[in-house]
Design a protein around this ligand. Sequence first.
Ligand code: 5GP
Ligand code: MN
Length: 338
Amino acid sequence: MTEHDIKEIKALLIAPKQIVIVPHKNPDGDAMGSTLGLYHYLIKNNHKATVIAPNDYPDFLKWLPGQDNVVIYESDRSHAENLIEKADLIFTLDFNALHRAGEMETPLSNSEAVKIMIDHHQQPDSYAEYMFSDVSMSSTCEMVYRFIDMLGDKGTINEQIATCLYTGILTDTGSFRFPSSTSTTHLVAADLIDRGANHSDIYNSIYDTNSYERLQLLGVALKNLRVIPEYRTAYITLSQEELNASNFKKGDTEGFVNYGLSIKNVVFAVIFIEHKQEGIVKISFRSEGSFSVNEFSRQNFGGGGHTNAAGGKSDLSLNDTVEKFISILPRYKNTLIS
Ligand code: 5GP
Ligand code: MN
């Protein structure tokens, strides 16, 4: 994003506008934190802004300030389409290809609104007039902080904005432990705390709200964990039956994949989760070091993301998906053991 872009965006935002803000499908902490953080900033500046999420988001985010006003496209389609049609400006946050908005892809690509992308994933598409794309950023929330700063408005960051932005930084950095969290990330987090984010309350709201069923499901996942030492790889499977038995709710499996990575010498961890209704297996990939799960997922499972965290899916059965995965590993042996 150039200084010239910022000048033009400033000019666009000088008078009140109708604005839609969109996170990716299956929104996570960074997607909801960044969209709601930007939402609070825009309404404070007299714009009419609405966050429209492609589908619902996990309960552990249902305390974020402003979340009551989020429109869910899947359950409120005509209202959402009306807002998109009337929008002067559309911000797309925490994704960089319109298909990542699921069924919202069509109304978004049909819209004539000026689009602004703020995102930190690799290989962005070019659907937006203004692109703030930086793969070195810890999170889209850190980028929204910088965006507000570039607009000269850092001083307007209040408790609500700070709380939302801190949330996404916390979740996307794995509580500040991934290499993507830099000294600047910590400085941004510190400034957000100074501006009203309560780091302890935020952590508790996200991570200390386990249900008994979720812990039981974690037990099943850990029992299903397999390690393939010759490829320094670990994977977990969860079948629909296992999910049902633990009364699975959206967000319950968040973070499970990281247990594989915590094993000594494992650099590649995967979780395969069966979604019978959609007829797919959802896959999360995580790595440590230089092995790019973004490339691995793009090449084999129609997904993508970052070097060390990516998602993908498979139309095969759970067993066949795992078999396919294991059969592919030898091709990556050199990178996995180097
Ligand atoms: P997760 O495994 O937590 O769903 O996703 C890990 C990271 O990869 C997140 O940053 C997420 O936005 C991204 N991601 C997940 N699924 C996909 C996908 O299908 N395509 C792309 N390009 N990115 C994905
Ligand atoms: Mn993110």
